[in-house]
Design a protein around this ligand. Structure first.
Ligand SMILES: NC(=O)c1ccc[n+]([C@@H]2O[C@H](COP(=O)([O-])OP(=O)(O)OC[C@H]3O[C@@H](n4cnc5c(N)ncnc54)[C@H](OP(=O)(O)O)[C@@H]3O)[C@@H](O)[C@H]2O)c1
Length: 257
């Protein structure tokens, strides 16, 4: 029996991680801001799968919230074996349309929280000689895409770098880079999605299945779908200037209304 801590567990990809890990018999620490939703989720997962589900209501855009989760990750009496840094959000609008405070909030949640929670978790995992961290990034990490893409590019670079630094310690790290996934993400950001072609959408449960299989294989980067693997292969061959143009146009077409 092992314990997994999932940030942003109450919706979308985080909820899919929680369902799958509970089904596999792992105890869970569920983290998000909405305490009521967390409590309902914990009860449901406990009743359905017989696992222990602890809740931790924390806002990862604040120092106190990050500190509370880091403290839980550092608890050596109740160790966490798998950390899924998943909490995240989008901001509607292009650069300069988005208030600077919202961009900074994104960096706090996508970058600072991921750094501090990864450090808290891997510290104790290294002492025990085992553990795993999945940091949820995005395919947006590979194209010029404002603060969102830049924050996810940081997640990929950071995770792959740390994975190499900790190689041989028994602690695995992996950056997960999905394409469009049907979750609450776009609706919460007030982004229109009607014109995103059907073939581009991924199912959250399928993304989690692919991610856990890539983690088990020891991969430090997971792009969980052949369609997006092909697209990212193509992106690598495309000059940055052209990629920037395509990304900006796609942002207009598929992104925020
Ligand atoms: N959906 C996509 O197309 C897509 C594609 C690529 C990557 N991603 C990435 O996947 C991750 C999960 O996104 P999703 O699509 O599953 O989004 P989602 O359905 O909107 O779920 C977001 C989750 O994060 C929590 N959360 C948001 N802000 C938080 C904060 N400040 N502190 C603590 N928890 C917070 C939310 O709960 P509370 O509101 O209760 O806090 C919720 O549980 C994100 O990192 C996102 O960037 C998404």
């Amino acid at each position: 029996m092992t314990t997994a801590l999932i940030t942003g567990s109450t919706a979308g990809l985080g909820a899919a991680f929680a369902r799958r890990l509970a089904r596999d018999g792992h105890d869970l620490v569920l983290v998000a801001r909405d305490a009521e939703r967390l409590a309902e989720q914990a009860t449901e997962l406990h009743d359905r799968h017989g696992i222990e589900a602890e809740v931790l209501s924390a806002d990862l855009a604040t120092d106190e919230g990050i500190e509370a989760v880091a403290t839980r990750l550092g608890d050596r009496r109740n160790p966490v074996d798998l950390l899924v840094n998943n909490a995240g959000f989008g901001n509607k609008g292009r650069y300069l349309d988005v208030p600077l405070a919202d961009e900074l909030r994104m960096i706090k949640v996508h970058v600072e929280a991921v750094l501090r929670l990864t450090s808290a978790a891997t510290g104790t995992m290294r002492e025990r000689g085992r553990g795993g961290v999945v940091n949820v990034a995005s395919v947006a990490a590979f194209v010029p895409r404002g603060t969102y893409g830049a924050s996810k590019a940081w997640v990929v670079q950071f995770t792959q770098g740390v994975a190499r630094d900790l190689a041989g310690s028994g602690v695995r790290l992996m950056a997960l880079c999905p394409g469009f996934v049907r979750t609450e993400f776009h609706q919460r950001a007030g982004m229109g999605t009607d014109n995103i072609p059907g073939w581009m959408w991924l199912d959250a449960d399928d993304v989690v299945t692919a991610a856990l299989s890539d983690l088990a294989r020891g991969r430090s980067l997971s792009i969980p779908d052949p369609r997006y693997k092909a697209l990212m292969g193509l992106a690598k061959l495309t000059p940055r200037s052209l990629l920037g143009g395509i990304s900006s146009k796609a942002g207009r077409k598929y992104g925020p209304r």
